[in-house]
Design a protein. Structure first.
Length: 67
């Protein structure tokens, strides 16, 4: 046992997040559901390959007029 041990430090941000989670127990579930709406999707590799094949190469200087 250490005589001069300090209590574990928690920042104000960590305290705020812990307090928020205590007030709203469903917060983490709602965050996961929101993420699933936009990010957690399966990728159709065939469609992605067709998209990549259909791209047009960009010109070296985009703002140059056609003269």
């Amino acid at each position: 046992m250490l005589i001069f041990r300090r209590p574990d430090y928690t920042s104000e941000t960590t305290q705020f997040i812990e307090q928020l989670k205590a007030q709203k127990p469903t917060l983490e579930t709602q965050q996961r559901e929101g993420r699933a709406l936009l990010w957690d999707k399966t990728v159709d590799r065939q469609v992605w390959a067709e998209y990549q094949a259909g791209r047009v190469a960009q010109k070296p200087y985009v703002y140059q007029t056609q003269a």
